[in-house]
Design a protein. Sequence first.
Lengths: 356, 267
Amino acid sequence: MTDTPQSMIEARHTVKAFGQGDHIVRALDDVSLTIRKGEFFTLLGPSGCGKTTLLRLIAGFEMPTAGQILLDGADITDLPPNQRPVNTVFQSYALFPHLTVAQNVGFGLEMQGRPKAEVAKTTAEMLALVKLEAMANRKTSQLSGGQQQRVALARALAPKPKVLLLDEPLSALDLKLRKEMQVELKRLQQETGITFVFVTHDQEEALTMSDRIGVMSAGKLQQVGSPRDIYTRPVNRFVASFIGETNFLPASPVQGGLKLGCGAVIDGLTATKPSVTLTIRPEQIRITAPDEAGSIPATVTSLVYFGTDTHCHMALSDGAEVVVRVQSPASGEAGVTGGQKVGLRLLQGAAQVLED
Amino acid sequence: MAERNFSIARLPGFTPTAIMVFVALYLPIVMLVAFSFNSGKSVADFEGFTLQWFVKAWQNDHVKDATLRSLLIAVVAGIIATAVATAAALGTTRRKQFKGQTFIYVVINQPLMVPEIVTAVALLIFFAQIKVLTGYQGLGYLITAHAAFCIPFAYLPIRARLEGMDLTLEAAAADLYASPWQTFRFVTLPLLLPGMIAGFMLAFVTSLDDVVITLFVKSAGQDTLPTYMLGQIRRQITTEVYAISTVLLGLTVVLLTAFFVLTRKKD
């Protein structure tokens, strides 16, 4: 029994193949996933990874080639989209151009055959929720991008769906508006308590908004976990490099730890394979004096100033490159210069072993 | 001044050529309209202004009869052609690209490509068989024939309208609990309506204007306005025909203006 009362959406061994004959592409390749009630779940991955396909399967716009989809314990695999208590915020918003803002927001309720008074009341509530009361009788083409986005949100939330699907809804907005909408979305999710499934390729968006993240690549689910889990304990090279910046260093197991190519041994790590990769985040490394005990000797090759911090590119004795992020002090100086010999010290738990 | 972008409008002879083209296009029409107000019967001299030819045409029962028949055929055939063209346009655009799509377009637009006289002869033979089999002699043949060759004219603006319409809109309606019928009724149809009206108007004008197919298909006593006018001109040139042409021209200008307003892109 995988069907706990907590689960809102469950995908079981879902496969979606497109094309025919020799040109079959598996957009989703045996994906199994549970999304919990009331959580903000993000599907994160590069374009073409299958995240939007999975969303379309949940919405009912596509039928899976194999596998099952359950909503709140009921099998909805074969239900058409209009019979699923799931609403979508589309990337293009897909607002109805011939209707006013209020008519757009009330559309789902009208189609459900709710009484006129209830439609009017809920529409007004939803417009208040997204702060567009003043725009109720405008045509959608008279609104700005951010306002259209809010109408799309209100329209999808009005029928009080069990799940709200969001297909890269912020990608068309400029940076400042995007940040505002991120906060807004999080607020709406907490106020309504509706399960949100959010699709994005933006790892920062995923980290800041989500309760849990599912990282996808090449039609497969790579890792599911909290933003912290995914960032600090990636399970493979793809997840480690897609989320945040990182250093990859080859290593091999020796007595008591893992040995890097430069000869330094990192204590306390084990591996089952003769050669593995270590991932170390640039902010988890400290620069020390070159002769400090236990430090890894390195040479500064170049510095890149980013404002809040400086990326110091280092070469280890075997030539391997390591990036160290140094937070900028008031002077903006990183405290090292090109060509300088230094030592590197890894913070506790900074190095994660990847066996792929 | 030395560096200027290429502009065809600055090539030598552009302006005289343009003027000649416009003269060739519009001078005959201007003369027709002018002579429809000519009080004399001559086509050479303008003898004075009169509305008598319009009055005469209006009082002529043959003209009235042919006009009503033309309008009936054009309206019914236009409605049938628009309905069929809408279905065809929905079927060819509201879905992913499919194999044989170009072939389907060619099949739908067949009347634009096959010479009209060929269609006319073919229909003559085809309808003759049906007349023998059923004994039916009514306007149905003309209406059917007109509806058929009007389909591509109705199809083009409807298809253009649909192609400019985001497919996601229908997905959004379905997502918001609209059944396929409700999606069509509340989203596709209202957005499509300007295209359908434009399509109907093109079909209407095309039907109103047809001579070749009508001549072959019509039974005795089924003259439409164009075939009646042709018959008149064959016997003798009557100024009445100019007046009818002027009225038809006016009607066409009104319809075409409405067509452009309806199909104009917003923003």
